[in-house]
Design a protein around this ligand. Structure first.
Ligand SMILES: CC(C)(COP(=O)(O)OP(=O)(O)OC[C@H]1O[C@@H](n2cnc3c(N)ncnc32)[C@H](O)[C@@H]1OP(=O)(O)O)[C@@H](O)C(=O)NCCC(=O)NCCS
Length: 147
């Protein structure tokens, strides 16, 4: 199996939609396309896929989305907003490769720190991040309101 990490393209969106469903965020294709269009020219957003292929076929088996997070009083950082690998292709190193791609992109943003929020229920993901050198540095609540 060959693995290529490359930037997300519009024709990946059907597979990204399925991966998003696996992540727990189902999204209709039209909405995904609109949000992709909103984001695709923002240089401070990084969207990449893991494409796996063999002699006969290729498919998208994971994606990551990160962005430069601007702050007034703390140094700017990069946050990983979304990461998912297809449930049939886990534990093959694709997740680590996608995180590595963000790490390689981050210096171009003039930033030194990358962080990710992960739901307290995602215990296996926590082990994944710790193994990649991301210890837990804070536990917090999220508050939200629709206006
Ligand atoms: C977390 C995730 C992206 C890791 O991707 P991956 O390609 O399996 O990662 P790697 O192969 O590089 O590393 C595998 C390690 O990740 C961890 N892991 C986390 N969730 C896992 C899962 N559901 N299945 C297998 N391994 C998982 C394990 O520590 C695993 O190590 P092991 O193979 O020795 O058991 C992937 O499991 C996933 O998409 N999980 C569901 C969505 C999620 O939790 N995303 C993170 C949101 S913050």
């Amino acid at each position: 199996m060959n693995v290529q990490i490359r930037r997300l393209a519009e024709n990946d969106l059907p597979e990204v939609g399925e991966l998003s469903r696996q992540l727990g965020y189902p999204i209709p294709q039209e909405k995904l396309k609109k949000q992709f269009d909103d984001l695709k020219n923002h240089v401070e957003h990084f969207m990449a896929v893991a494409e796996v292929s063999d002699a006969t076929a290729k498919r998208v088996a994971g994606f990551i989305h990160a962005n430069k997070y601007l702050d007034l009083i703390e140094p700017h950082t990069v946050q990983i907003i979304a990461l998912v690998v297809d449930e049939n292709t886990r534990s093959l190193g694709l997740g680590a490769k996608l995180v590595r791609a963000v790490e390689e992109w981050t210096p171009s943003m003039n930033v030194k720190e990358i962080w990710v929020r992960s739901n307290i229920k995602r215990e296996r993901a926590h082990e994944f991040y710790k193994r990649l050198g991301y210890p837990i540095v804070k536990t917090s609540h999220k508050f939200s309101k629709f206006v």
